[in-house]
Design a protein around this ligand. Structure first.
Ligand SMILES: [Zn+2]
Length: 137
């Protein structure tokens, strides 16, 4: 999940359509639910706020779809404009599903990983992942 969430989301979606791999799907949804409790390390973009962010918005790409350049927001604040901007989406790997292109999915995964406090270049070993998910209840 931490290493290759976009592939997993695609696999799970496909398995769902085919009604196969029930164990994998169950485990996957358990990890997704756990992630809802993850601590976030990004702050609201409102200059006078500075609270921990819970939401993200994405700019619309001129060719359709979204650009994986999120802005982060708390419960109270949001973008000043609404045109050309996505609604507030949770800072969660689920947002990967808003993208149809693999590049956008990959980039978004990286951004969210950083928002979860996983620094660039961190080696995500099985041990690291187990420790990460063990902290979430
Ligand atoms: Zn705020």
């Amino acid at each position: 999940m931490l290493r290759r969430a976009p592939d997993l989301y695609r696999l799970a979606e496909w398995a769902e359509e085919e009604s196969i791999l029930p164990k994998m799907r169950k485990h996957f949804s358990r990890l997704r639910r756990r992630l809802e409790h993850a601590r976030l390390y990004v702050h609201c973009k409102d200059p006078r706020c500075g609270r921990t962010a819970k939401w993200m918005t994405l700019p619309r790409f001129h060719r359709g779809g979204w650009l994986p350049r999120p802005y982060y927001w708390c419960d109270e604040h949001g973008p000043w404009e609404t045109s050309g901007i996505s609604p507030k989406l949770p800072i969660h790997f689920d947002t990967i599903r808003a993208f149809r292109d693999k590049w956008g999915q990959k980039k978004t995964h990286k951004r969210i990983r950083q928002a979860l406090g996983i620094k660039k270049g961190t080696r995500i070993t099985e041990e690291f992942a187990l420790r990460f998910f063990a902290k979430l209840s």
